[in-house]
Structures are given as C-alpha cells and as structure tokens.
Design a protein around this ligand. Structure first.
Ligand code: ATP
Ligand code: MG
Length: 554
C-alpha cells in the first residue's frame, strides 16, 4: 500500500491505533457491496484500500453483502462480486450478509423503542418529507412522535407480522427534528416491503434502512476501521449515535474520496440501464467500466491494482483521466504480451522471386521486453497478407512503406522491393507484387541496404481468418452525467468497430481468453469467449500509445 508518496492518511490513522493498542492492536476492515449490480472500477479502488490496508497491518478483511433492499438484489450479483474480488487477487476472512443480522437488527430496534428512542409513524412518505424541514429551517414533529413505548412495541411487532401494507407505517428514531444534520431528524429505521429477499425469502416483510444496518453490522463483526466514501461523512454522527445508544462495539467510520473517471458513468443504476436497454451486450461488455468488462477487455488484475495505487487515497474529490487506466494496462501488457502479427485490412503481397509452395520458418521473438527471451517460428512464403494502407500507388512525402520501386522490411523476415501491383476492372488494388532480397534475412542481414519502414505481415496459405473488435470510449463527452438531458444521449456511436476479415498468424488459432497479445503496430488484444474452433475473436484492450503518458506522467 505504501508508495513513494509516503503513507496515506488512513495508514497514518491505523498505524497510530495499532501503536496505542486500540482494538487490542487488531485491524479488521470490511468491503460492503450491495448485491444490486456488478462491481465497477470505483469499487476496485475501495477493495484495494480495504484489503490493502488490512494486509499492510497484518489484519483481515470481511466481505459483507449489504443486502437490505430486496427488490434490487440478486444471487447473480453476489456470485459476480465474489468472482471479481478473487480475480483482483484478494481473499476475504469471512463472507457475511447484512441479512444474516436481521434478527439482531430487529432486537436492536426493539431496544431503542424500549428506551423511548424510536416510534412507529403512520405518516405517508410525502408527509414525512414535508415535515423534514430544510438545512436552514427546522423540521416539524410527526403527530405520532409521542406514542407510548407499549403502543410502539405492539405496532412494530405487527409491522413485522405482516399486518400492514407497504408504506403504511415506518419505524423512526426519535432524535431531533431541529438538528442541523438532516440525518438526525428522526431518520427512518425500518420500512414495510412485502417483497421476497434473495436469501431470507418471505420470512421478513420489514427491512432495515442502510443507516440502521451498516454501523450495527460493523459492530457485530467488531470491525476496527470502517472505511467508506465521502458521501457517508454526514452519516457518521448517526452511525456513532446508534452504537452509543445500543452499547455496541465501537467501530469507527473513516471516509475517503470516491474514484471518478472521465468518459464513463459509474453508478450501478446507470450501468444497469445500459445493460437492460441493450446499449451494451451485458455487464461484461468490454466497453463497460465493470471489473468483468475490464477483464473481458483484457485488463489484468495487476494493472487495475496498480491504477488504484497510483490514484492514491485522499479526502479531496477529483476526476481521474481514463488515460491513466489505459497507461497502467499498457505498462503491464508491454512486459507480458506475446508479440504477434495480424493484418486487419488484408491486401495480397506476391513475392515473385519465390516459387509457389515455398515455405520457410523464421524465428521471431515472443516478447523483447520479457525477462526471459523466447522465440517461436512463423511461416513465410510467396503469398503474404499485408495491411492495405501499407501500400500506396502514388506515395505521399515521407511514406516509408510500400510503393512502386520502394523497399520495406517485413518484420522478422526479409527486405522486399515493390515491383508492381494489380487492379481489378473498377480500379481497386487486388495485389502488390514484389521481389525479396535473400541476403537481407532478419538477424543475418548482409545486404547492406538501409530501409526506413518495417511492416507486419501474415503468410497467406496458413493465415487464420479472425474477427477483431476495436473499442473506443463508451461516451463521447467527459462527464455524461452532468450534461443536459439523459446520459445515454451521449453514448459514442463508434464505441465498437467489428473487423470481420482479419488474418492472423497460425499461433493465434489456439489462443485462449486470459492470454495477452500485442498485435504489432495495432495494440494489445485478448481472445474473447465468443471465439469458436477455427474462428478466433479478439478484443482490443488498448491501443499501443496515446499522448496521455507524455503529458501527465511525472
Ligand atoms: P454506486 O453508487 O456505483 O451504485 P454504491 O456506493 O451504491 O455504488 P456499494 O455496493 O454500496 O455501491 O459500494 C460498496 C463499497 O464500494 C462502498 O463502501 C462504497 O463506498 C464503495 N464505492 C462505490 N463506488 C466507489 C467509487 N467510485 N470509488 C471508491 N469507492 C466506491
Ligand atoms: Mg451503496
């Protein structure tokens, strides 16, 4: 967790607590997702902070599903969350569910009622809202605020027993309708929902609110440092009020700034809309900022963790450039990706001074950046595929690739000189003709020739036709949520380009998801699960370069 930047403010607080023997020197954090969607890159920051801090101090982290909203929560989400945390490389000490604490939370509510600190309110949601006041004006007491303890106990029990309809009654804390902190103005503790829960089924028809579940769950688990994002800062006094009034273990809440990224949206509610309205193929669409989307896109756990580390932990809100995320994955893939040749827009190159059927196998380095250098062999012969834009009939200035009379090096192979080209009746170029220079073989070049351009190519008879999916940002503006109208109006119509007839070198036929490739001159790619035998599909993880690194790396 520590970086060259020095310890962050949370590390300082925890180090001090450990030194002073607070919590017996113990560190136990928790990651508390609500299983109402898939995790996104923002959550990965919280995961790295919670698990990272605990690991740094020899402590542990619980995974706790904050499942108190039955309509929105599903087992599918629980499973995806577990998969994603494991993929990121973290192991939780315990898997807990807020719903496991429903009986205890109910008992806590009864305890508050008995102390005169909670009451059943028959007001409608609209009436409650209208009596809430504003930050500058006090609220009004509900006409039901003075109910006796006995009446409240009876009504709350009947709420639990299912005697009332949804919205007919709520349980509220009796605190202070004039408090400057709006969260203290008699917050709702329980509401009635006749809805089945993904784990407790129809056992309960009253469900606790976030504020009444979260701190108490922390206390039950004896969490030492309850770390969350800044929007919960205003909830902290209430968190502490419940712990104090109920006499529970004193977990303490700390807040840090949430991760915001440009050119994307990160609320699960918005991501769910993109999925349900089919703007993307699913939660794991490679354009989604979800962890499963990033994984399918070819991001590595190391790159995501490294990104979280670079972003750091602070209390000041800011927006991170998505270029930093791309920079992190590029840096990681540069050292792990196998270099391979794939032609996206194929044009035939015929080497006239090689006989038909001639095949030789040329060694090529798998990855010049890897610590251990390895090579493989690639076939070379008379007919090759090259990129259509690596040939120009009439070359522009400073064009160092193929044009009549010009020479270029074929990567890992030979220098070739363009001797002509063929066109069809409509003027479309159908093939480029060339001769190769036998003395110019890569690694054994004694031709004495100097050529400026190097291009990639694929041996045509053994090429594997494949599909290549090129992704761009899902949104065309930096902050789609703050623009006028609906955020979906700002979806980038060109966020996906599907290239159907690409030609890959033979080794890519057997590529599996999770393997990483650099398609030379084209970017980093990963096989997609949509691949089938003889027809691989590749996702572009990221292009090879952008200006971001130069401008902002310091
Ligand atoms: P969203 O608003 O995206 O739907 P959420 O906060 O409702 O997310 P939870 O499942 O409640 O999602 O989040 C679990 C934990 O992850 C919380 O502690 C929350 O503070 C943290 N978290 C969520 N989004 C971010 C973010 N963008 N940056 C850092 N932490 C985040
Ligand atoms: Mg939440």
């Amino acid at each position: 967790m520590s970086t060259e930047k020095g310890p962050n403010f949370l590390e300082e607080i925890i180090a001090e607590d450990v030194k002073n023997g607070k919590h017996g020197g113990r560190v136990l954090t928790r990651f508390p997702p609500e299983p109402n969607g898939y995790l996104h890159i923002g959550h990965s920051k919280s995961i790295c902070v919670n698990f990272g801090l605990a690991a740094h101090f020899g402590g542990k982290t619980n995974l706790r599903f904050d499942d108190t909203n039955p309509e929105k929560e599903e087992t599918e989400y629980v499973e995806s969350i577990k998969t994603d945390i494991r993929w990121l490389g973290f192991t939780w000490a315990n898997e807990f569910y807020a719903s496991d604490y429903f009986p205890q939370l109910f008992a806590f509510a009864v305890k508050l009622i008995e102390q005169g600190l909670a009451y059943v309110d028959d007001s409608s949601p609209e009436e409650i809202a209208s009596m809430k006041g504003t930050p500058t004006e006090p609220g009004k007491d509900s006409p039901f605020r003075a109910r006796s303890v006995e009446e409240n106990l009876d009504l709350f029990t009947r709420m639990k027993n299912g005697e009332f309809r949804d919205g007919e009654k709520v349980l509220r804390a009796r605190i202070d309708m004039a408090s400057p902190n709006m969260h203290f103005r008699d917050p709702i503790l329980y509401r009635i929902k006749h809805t089945a829960h993904h784990r407790t089924g129809n056992h309960w028809c009253i469900y606790p609110m976030y504020d009444f579940a979260h701190g108490q769950s922390d206390a039950i688990e004896q969490i030492t440092h309850s770390i969350c994002t800044l929007e919960f800062e205003v909830h902290r006094p209430l968190y502490e009020w419940f712990i104090e009034k109920l006499g529970l273990y004193t977990s303490r809440q700390y807040e840090f700034a949430r991760l915001n990224l440009n050119y994307t949206v990160m609320s699960k509610r918005k991501l769910l809309q993109l999925v349900q309205e089919k703007h993307v193929s699913g939660w794991d669409d490679p354009r989604m900022p979800t962890i499963s989307g990033l994984r399918r896109r070819g991001y590595t756990p190391e790159s995501v963790r490294n990104f979280a580390e670079r972003v750091g932990v602070a209390r000041r809100e800011n927006i991170i450039d998505v270029g930093l995320l791309e920079f992190c994955v590029r840096e990681d893939l540069n050292r792990r990706a196998t270099r391979a040749m794939v032609v996206l827009d194929p044009l035939k190159l015929i080497i006239e001074n090689l006989p038909e059927g001639h095949v030789e196998h040329l060694p090529t380095e798998n990855n010049p950046e890897a610590e251990e250098k390895t090579t493989r062999e690639i076939p070379f012969g008379r007919e090759l595929w090259i990129e259509r834009d690596d040939f120009m009939e009439v070359p522009e200035k400073k064009y160092f690739r193929l044009a009549p009379g010009k020479m270029v090096r074929l990567k890992s192979a030979y220098i070739v000189e363009c001797t002509g080209f063929e066109k069809d009746a409509s003027g479309h170029i159908t093939a480029v003709l060339a001769r190769y220079i036998p003395e110019s073989k890569s690694g054994h070049d004694n031709s004495g020739l100097q050529v400026k351009g190097v291009i990639h190519w694929v041996h045509a008879p053994s090429a594997v036709p494949c599909e290549v999916r090129l992704y761009d940002r899902l949104f065309r503006v930096e902050d789609p949520s703050s623009e006028a109208g609906d955020f979906k109006d700002y979806i980038n119509p060109d966020s996906l380009t599907v290239v159907k007839g690409a030609m890959a070198e033979p080794c890519l036929n057997a590529a599996k998801p999770g393997e990483h490739f650099q398609f030379m001159r084209k970017g980093y790619f990963v096989p997609d699960a949509d691949s089938s035998a003889g027809h691989p599909v590749f996702n572009r993880t990221v292009t090879l370069k952008d200006g971001w690194g130069k401008q902002k790396e310091n």
